[in-house]
Design a protein around this ligand. Structure first.
Ligand code: FAD
Length: 373
């Protein structure tokens, strides 16, 4: 990007070069749209690389591929997070996607009919912008986290890498979703681990087994083809499934029990520096890991495109009130699969075609104007 206030013009800017941004790039290239992808990380794939060391994908390789290129892994294996990161890097290279890394966009606005994207002193203008900055951006922590005794080591799951970050003594994991359950099983090898939060649904068979493959196919079918925003079942059931969160996949009740993880109710506050449970018990632990999820932050987008809860107002990622603006990779953007690998490619294709159709309409209008001149 230019390092002064002179603007560079690009037809389409994709902000975020994770799997969503790369899938958008693949389809934009197919539509012959000129574009660049800007990403804050130093290296393509870093959103995956910076997750905890032992993380493997929950989704099998055969359903975790981006359009046009399989993962270099056997169909029903579960690649490590570093393998996934390397795959994304190789994907960008194979399709020669123009990704500029180390560029954190700090403002998106509109001026003189164009979008203006700034990152520090650098400035780009574009006809179209695709915001693909991820649904797992900012760690969500309860306000009472700051009241914990400073002698307790506390981390959010996004900061957790491996057991060496913790001090000796018991660990409390707050939040019994997939991250909490997986980290609990890892830490239970050698210490007392407590997992707080209501029991949620879980797959009925062991993850990775043959019956689980059948279950995964069914889950994928419903999440991709049935629970969509444009059909009545999807509209009714999708948001409820989203609210509950996905079922436990690899670390379910049997695996947690086997590992010796203690289950307790939700954490509702802090008393004298220690976590307090819903049943009023106080938990004396040396470490707390908040597995309490993420929120998005679109505070850097200076455009009137958000609802009262800060969510983008769009249809399938297309922002009708701001022609040329798109979102990609949002939770339940089009279907329940929209924010995960098995679903993002379809949404990317829809958006790329929409951008290409804007060009066609503009070209046709131009031709009509010339013909009548
Ligand atoms: P991200 O991967 O978060 O990429 C967004 C990119 O945008 C980042 O590279 C970031 O640097 C960049 N960015 C953000 N803000 C800016 C800005 N202002 N300017 C420039 N760049 C910016 N899904 C699956 O399908 N299978 C799984 O097994 C799976 N496991 C998961 C495990 C964990 C622990 C988590 C948290 C999620 C998992 N997911 C999984 C869900 C989802 O697939 C991932 O979160 C995935 O990384 C989302 O891809 P994305 O491209 O939408 O966002």
């Amino acid at each position: 990007m230019n390092s002064n206030r002179d603007s560079e013009y690009v037809d389409t800017i994709v902000i975020g070069g994770g799997q969503a941004g790369l899938a958008a790039g693949y389809h934009l290239a197919k539509q012959s749209v000129a574009f660049v992808i800007l990403d804050a990380h130093r290296r393509i794939g870093d959103a995956w690389r910076t997750r905890w060391d032992s993380l493997r994908l929950f989704t099998p390789a055969c359903f975790s591929r981006l359009p046009g290129m399989p993962l270099p892994a056997s169909r029903w294996s579960f690649p490590t997070k570093d393998e996934m990161a390397d795959y994304l890097e190789a994907y960008a290279e194979r399709f020669e996607l123009p990704v500029r890394t180390g560029i954190a966009v700090d403002r998106l606005e509109r001026s003189n009919g164009r979008f203006v994207v700034t990152s520090g002193d650098a400035r780009l203008e574009a006809e179209n912008v695709v915001v693909a900055t991820g649904a797992h951006q900012i760690p969500k922590l309860p306000a009472f986290a700051s009241e914990l005794d400073p002698r307790i080591v506390q981390l959010h799951s996004s900061e957790y890498r491996n057991p060496s970050q913790l001090q000796g003594g018991a660990v409390l994991l707050v939040g019994a979703g997939n991250s909490g359950a997986e980290i609990a099983v890892e830490l239970a090898q050698g210490r007392h681990v407590i997992l707080a939060g209501p029991k949620r649904g879980e797959i009925p068979v062991r993850h990775g087994t043959f019956p689980a493959r059948l279950g995964f196919r069914a889950f994928r079918f419903f999440g991709h083809h049935v629970l969509k925003v444009d059909n009545p079942i999807g509209k009714k059931v999708g948001p409820k499934v989203l609210l509950k969160g996905p079922p436990l996949l690899r670390a379910r009740s049997p695996e947690l029990e086997e590992a010796g993880v203690e289950r307790v109710p939700r954490v509702v506050g802090v008393s004298d520096g220690l976590p307090v449970l819903e049943d009023e018990r106080v938990v004396d632990v040396a470490n707390v890991i908040w597995c309490t999820g993420f929120r998005t932050d679109f505070g850097w987008i200076d455009l009137p495109v958000f609802g009262e809860h800060g969510q983008p107002l769009h249809w399938r990622g297309v922002v009708e009130r701001q022609p040329g603006l798109y979102f990609l990779g949002l939770l339940f953007q089009y279907a329940l699969s929209s924010d995960v690998l098995p679903g993002v490619g379809r949404d990317a294709k829809y958006i790329a075609r929409h951008i290409a159709s804007r060009h066609r309409s503009a070209a046709e209008a131009w031709e009509r104007a010339l013909a009548t001149a």
